[in-house]
Design a protein around this ligand. Structure first.
Ligand code: ADP
Ligand code: MG
Length: 316
């Protein structure tokens, strides 16, 4: 199978068919029609076998996750996903693997109205880079820099599920189907992110753990925060682990949550309840302060030492 056949068979028609793509896969460049009243939101992520995923993982899950991490970035800006490009480095051509990967990628793309419009295919150690392109009205994008003292700190969904799945895999234990799904098939919070444009003062998606990622909002906004650890939303299995071990590093410092962390003025608290859906809660976990730094209070009133949560590793 030639490179050209591979592209035609697996990647020529993935995801949605959009009217704003006058030229997609097949020419030297894709041509994309950005509406005059929109800004382009662009983000790229690379996943490397053995670093970001197990080389023998389910290819369909990998296809899903490779796009999900980019859509999560678009969500955290309040942007509407539109197009994606894929740079794929493969050690060999394996039709079963490619079929699964393309299905996982294509299904998530279609679900979010995204068209795969181009890419590059090379031979080498298994690596997936996906660039996503989204649209947002000027002035509507939510950056990391808008948090103000008194704002509420909120998160979507539950924290630490993917981290718990990873811990269990590392210990040779099979995670439950729920935890495995949270690790392998994160659902990017695209709808929530778009509903938060105009309500959130700052936003970030949680890829490296709450403490470090919230730290990026605090640094960019020039503020600090007080969190109540008892308020952190945990899944049933995560709640059991934290209750048994008192290890708040699970929700504070696990990666791969792909939930949204955002701030909003306290006067708008009532609007938050309308944001939650049956499968995605929105929880207030603390407040922004003028004093810099992040303070996490345990249920007994003690401050949790953040250096035990990887926080220093991520802060500058
Ligand atoms: P060129 O050599 O001009 O860069 P390529 O042979 O790399 O072109 O790619 C041919 C066409 O196929 C281009 O439109 C490119 O965007 C697309 N393409 C290549 N690899 C992929 C891929 N993995 N997924 C989607 N489109 C791809
Ligand atoms: Mg090329």
């Amino acid at each position: 199978m030639s490179e050209r056949d591979l592209i035609r068979d697996y990647f020529a028609a993935l995801g949605a068919r959009r009217a704003d793509v006058p030229c997609g896969v097949g020419d030297d460049c894709a041509l994309l029609a950005v509406p005059p009243d929109r800004q382009l939101a662009v983000s790229i992520d690379t996943l490397v076998a053995g670093v970001h995923f197990f080389a023998d993982c389910d290819p369909q899950a990998l296809g899903h996750k490779s796009l999900a991490v980019g859509l999560s970035d678009l969500a955290s800006m309040g942007a509407e996903p539109a197009w994606a490009t894929l740079a794929l480095t493969l050690p060999e051509i394996d039709p079963d693997w490619l079929g699964g990967f393309a299905r996982g990628l294509g299904d998530l793309a279609a679900a979010h109205g995204v068209q795969l419009v181009g890419g590059d295919t090379t031979r080498g150690p298994l690596t997936v880079s996906i660039q996503v392109h989204g649209l947002v009205a000027p002035g509507q994008a939510v950056t990391r820099a808008g948090a103000r003292p008194g704002d509420l700190v909120c998160v979507s969904g539950t924290l630490g599920d993917a981290g718990l799945a990873l811990r269990q895999l590392a210990a040779g234990k099979a995670p439950s189907a729920t935890l495995r799904r949270r690790l392998e098939r994160p659902e990017p919070r695209v709808g929530l992110g778009r509903r938060l444009a105009g309500l959130a003062s700052a936003m970030i998606d949680l890829s490296d753990g709450l403490a470090g990622d919230l730290g990026h909002i605090l640094a960019a906004s020039g503020v600090g925060a007080d969190l109540e650890l008892a308020a952190l939303p945990l899944g049933p299995e995560g709640a059991t682990v934290v209750a048994e071990t008192g290890d708040w590093a699970l929700p504070l410092a696990s990666g791969d949550d792909y939930e949204l962390c955002f701030t909003t003025p306290a006067a708008r608290r009532a609007e938050l309840s309308a944001l939650a859906t049956p499968d995605c809660a929105v929880t207030v976990i603390g407040q922004i302060t003028a004093a810099p730094g992040l303070r996490c209070r345990e249920p007994n009133g003690d401050l949790w030492p953040l250096d035990r949560s990887g926080y220093d590793h991520f802060s500058t």
